[in-house]
Design a protein around this ligand. Structure first.
Ligand code: KIV
Ligand code: ZN
Length: 546
């Protein structure tokens, strides 16, 4: 019988299944500027659990106290899914990861070390034998620390550029030491599908009866999804993916593309299927895009705004006669049912609750009340409150910092050709702060006023790197969703602590101010979580790995 870590491989993955290992919160979050707070990470973890992924890689606990806390909270609070934590094969990392995920229903330790000569020589300055020994040591540690039923995964970083004979030797050794999954990362997106499939086939042949074979593909050549699917055809049974293909550099294989390819073309994959609730894909995609500030390109497969739009007359005519003419999957299958909620001043909480449930959010008590109040206020300001409006409201709530800096009031004057002058009133804990400033436009003036008000107490100002405003829905009464990306003025000498902030309002000045105040709150929270100013921990607490 084939055995992984003492437990039959077959009992770790049901026959006919491909295990979906989502790394949006770890590799995805490593995308520069995609940093999330612990509360935002928890919201994404909930969306991933609703999506029914098999494993959520929640973070890299040894990278910072902030990341440890986020992984630990997700491990405590997310049920019905395995929670993975990443660790380097070096003293301290795996222990921290185990500590963070031990409380999970199904802990999944993920240890890695690079195996390619280029990484060994220039990055790790280790020999092949030293790397192999470290891999075995930390896999064995994980097995002992977490027990027989837990998952211990080993990744050979830069596997696709590693000498295949050495790679196979490493995988054999870690499986002997108790690894239940061996992962083959195409770390720099170098592989080509046929070549990668052949490599995966060799690994499956050598260790596939003793461990689950997994792949982790990056998109540097735009081949991450193609390589992942070639790997499944060659025998891989776990795929590491991210929502919207978020990730380092050009990103990772995208969950929605891989899952929908399996669903749409089952005969190409011997009938293998994931257990993902594909109808939740759009909700998860919108939430991740909203919280990270990474806009999905309109022509992105599956989740792009144009993915199901038919422009030409010939196509429209065909789709009206029979959608199968130009649609290989239905919009409903990825959660694009697109109904509009008619919520007005007289609408009830219960109706809102069931609409939110349909959108994948289980809200009750104070959280439901707060969304309800906001939705009713919005119904006052605009004709109809749509799904997109509600998703934006729920997403915005995840970015709120309790007891942080709050915007209490503002005013601005602005005229053609002249400078603008604005004033803000902020509350910072018990203290009320007011300031005025002028700028080359109303938003500029108000942002300067926020800096004036805050600098004396926080010791820094925000530097605006990006500003974007988009309408949440069509119509002239639409809410404006403002996104800012900022860093601190005191970060000049080092990689800056980059944060994003969102603001949502039918008044675009208000939305712009809210976004800036949210960004200031995130910097403040990051510094509080990470200790002294400018440490790696502080940066990572704001969502960036060192
Ligand atoms: O790309 C990579 O090699 C990784 C590993 C840590 C799995 O992210
Ligand atoms: Zn990666």
């Amino acid at each position: 019988m084939s055995v992984a870590g003492g437990v039959p491989v077959g009992s770790r993955i049901a026959p006919g299944r491909v295990r979906i290992f989502d790394t949006t919160l770890r590799d995805g979050e490593q995308a520069p500027g995609a940093g999330l707070t612990a509360a935002e990470k928890l919201e994404v973890a909930r969306a991933l659990a609703r999506l029914n992924v098999d494993v959520i890689e929640a973070g890299f606990p040894a990278s910072s106290p902030g990341d440890f806390e986020a992984v630990n909270r997700i491990a405590k609070e997310t049920k019905g899914v395995a929670i993975a934590a990443l660790a380097r094969c070096r003293d301290g990392d795996p222990q921290r990861a185990v500590e963070a995920i031990r409380v999970a229903e199904r802990p999944h330790l993920h240890v890695f070390i690079a195996t390619s000569d280029i990484h060994l020589k220039h990055k790790l300055r280790m020999t092949r034998e030293e790397a192999l020994a470290a891999a075995v040591q930390w896999v064995r540690y994980g097995r002992q620390a977490l027990g027989r039923d837990a998952e211990v995964e080993f990744s050979a970083e830069d596997a696709s550029r590693t000498d295949p004979e050495f790679l196979l030797r490493v995988y054999e050794a870690v499986v002997d030491a108790g690894a239940t999954t061996v992962n083959i990362p195409d770390t720099v997106g170098y592989a080509i599908p046929a070549e990668f499939g052949a490599l995966v086939g060799r690994v499956v042949e050598r260790v596939g009866s003793g461990a689950v074979v997994s792949v982790h593909c990056h998109n540097d050549l735009g081949l991450a999804t193609a390589n992942t699917l070639a790997a499944v055809q060659a025998g891989a049974r776990q795929v590491e993916v991210t929502i919207n293909g978020l990730g380092e550099r050009a990103g990772n294989a995208s969950l929605e593309e891989v899952v929908m390819a399996l669903r749409t073309r089952p005969t190409q994959f011997a009938g293998l299927a994931s257990r993902v609730q594909t109808e939740q894909i759009m909700n998860a995609s919108r939430l991740v895009s909203y919280l990270t500030g990474f806009v999905v390109q309109p022509n992105k497969a599956i989740v792009g705004a144009n993915a199901f739009a038919h422009e030409s007359g010939i196509h429209q005519d065909g789709v009206i006669k029979n959608p199968l003419t130009y649609e290989i999957m239905t919009p409903q299958s990825v959660g694009l049912a697109g109904s509009t909620l008619s919520i007005g001043k007289l609408s009830g909480r219960r109706g809102l609750q069931s609409k939110l449930r349909e959108l994948g959010f289980e809200l009750e008590g104070e959280a439901l009340d707060a969304v309800y109040r906001q939705a009713i206020a919005l119904a006052d300001a605009k004709k109809e409150v749509t799904d997109a409006d509600l998703l934006a409201i729920v997403g915005q709530r995840a970015t709120e910092v309790i007891d942080g800096i709050a915007l209490e009031g503002w005013s601005v004057t602005s005229s053609h050709g002249g400078r603008s002058t604005g004033g803000v009133t902020l509350r910072v804990g018990e203290e009320r702060r007011q300031a005025e400033a002028s700028g080359n436009g109303p938003v500029d003036a108000l942002y300067r006023a926020v800096d004036e008000a805050l600098e004396p107490i926080v010791g820094w100002r925000l530097v605006l790197d990006e500003y974007e405003i988009r309408a949440v829905t069509a119509g002239e009464d639409a809410q404006g969703n403002t996104l800012v990306r900022c860093h601190r003025s005191t970060d000049e000498a080092r990689p800056p602590l980059v944060v994003t902030g969102h603001g949502l309002s039918t008044n675009i000045i208000e939305a712009s101010l809210e976004a800036y105040v949210t960004a200031a709150n995130k910097v403040r929270a990051a510094l509080a979580a990470g200790g002294p100013e400018g440490t790696d921990a502080a940066r990572a607490a704001a969502g960036r790995l060192p």
